[in-house]
Design a protein around this ligand. Structure first.
Ligand SMILES: [Zn+2]
Length: 395
């Protein structure tokens, strides 16, 4: 075991896994009971136009009314949420005389719901809560209650403690991070993910897979996260092709929803270079986060080999790609090959070039990737030249 992942004998570690999760087909039927336990009677349901268009918002409104709640609906969340969405959501909360928040959708509505919940009891502007400026110290625990209902199996924001909002004052995706932002309950009902189209299933599922793999490889002492990450990676790699090929496969959908939550719990430990390389591809080239993660993952694992072959072997054995007798070198080779094969299996191109990324964009992307904090926990140190080489390989 590498020295950096042995038990700490000279410092105190902090672990917390506090989200209540209600999981399984039909979990939505428990919405009323969960709301009552939180003394939530007039929830604001925060979602986006896509969730409304596919009928899921109406389904949740009906479930809330059946349970005796008086919900209001706010559907004004942008694909990349901005401060105005939070202000408009707060207006809707006040107008509805609401006493709690239900986030409904993928990462964007869930993150916006967390920010609305924050500003119910905390003043604007939002930049004072920026994690890069120690904003967490300004966030108290007196937020109204929140229930998170995910409709994708990817970010795991339903069990996460961060909210990502684009702010004019910082001119970037700003992370607000506090344990107080964590939803009180994640209502995880895989039936709500059955209608997700194959392309979104693939892109979001690759994000879940990458969270588990990068968390397992990340530097730092966290055996609890490691155990969750290994099992989460196994669930993701074994179930994603099934969920993409047959969207109605409830077992595959259930396993992917669980893998997404496990990934988000596990990456409390940290992420790695894949996420640092992917973030600028979203902000500069407007590409889908999970899709670019999936393309970059085999390249970064190849790069990480000298530093983490034993851990790559653990992943390959857990995923049943090799037997327990395989050497670390054989296992790492087989793992990288399997993750390359996975892309065409789930209908995602194998190169960034196929998504429109060109060689002349690489220097700017690499500079931004270095500014991103995720690679600081990557098992092998990344220089800007390494970032350039990784983008070039993935082109
Ligand atoms: Zn991610």
């Amino acid at each position: 075991m590498p020295a950096d992942q042995q038990a700490e004998t000279h410092m105190i570690s902090h672990f917390s896994f506090p989200t209540r999760i209600v999981f399984g087909p039909g979990a939505l039927n428990e919405l009323g009971d969960e709301a009552k336990q939180l003394a939530m009677r007039r929830p604001l349901i925060v979602t986006d136009p896509g969730v409304v268009a596919c009928g899921l918002a109406e389904q949740i409104l009906a479930a809330a009314r059946r349970a005796g709640l008086a919900p209001s609906l706010f559907e004004g969340v942008d694909p990349n949420p901005v401060e105005k969405n939070v202000r408009d959501g707060l207006d809707a909360y006040r107008q509805g005389n609401c006493d709690g928040v239900i986030g409904l959708g993928g990462g964007s509505p869930l993150d916006t719901a967390k920010a609305i919940r924050l500003v119910v009891t905390h003043p604007f502007p939002l930049e004072q809560y920026d994690d890069q400026r120690d904003g967490a110290a300004r966030i108290r625990g007196d937020l109204p209650p929140m229930i998170a209902i995910a409709t994708t199996a990817g970010t795991g924001s339903e069990v996460g403690r961060s909210s990502v909002i684009i702010l004019q004052a910082t001119d970037r995706k700003t992370v607000i991070f506090s344990p107080h932002l964590m939803p009180n309950v994640a209502l995880a009902d895989p039936e709500l993910t059955l209608g997700m189209p194959p392309k979104i299933t693939a892109g979001t599922g690759l994000d879940a897979l990458t969270h588990n793999v990068e968390a397992y490889l990340a530097l730092g002492y966290h055996p609890l996260c490691d155990a969750i990450a290994l099992q989460g990676a196994r669930l993701a790699v074994q179930n994603l092709p099934r969920a993409v090929q047959n969207g109605k496969d409830l077992a595959a959908r259930s396993n992917m929803l669980m893998a997404a939550m496990m990934g988000a719990v596990a990456f409390q430990k940290g992420l790695g270079a894949v996420h640092s390389l992917a973030h600028p591809l979203s902000s500069i080239a407007n590409l889908h986060h999970g899709t670019t993660n999936g393309i970059l993952l085999p390249h970064v694992l190849e790069f990480n080999r000298p530093a983490s072959e034993d851990r790559l072997r653990d992943l390959a054995v857990e995923m049943e790609i090799v037997g327990s007798q395989a050497s670390a070198a054989e296992a790492a080779t087989a793992l990288v090959a399997r993750l390359r094969e996975l892309l065409p299996e789930v209908g995602i191109p194998s190169t960034l070039g196929a998504l429109g990324v060109t060689r002349d964009m690489v220097p700017q992307l690499a500079r931004k990737a270095m500014e991103d904090a995720c690679h600081q926990s990557n098992p092998r140190v990344c220089t800007e030249a390494d970032m350039i080489a990784l983008y070039d390989n993935a082109l």
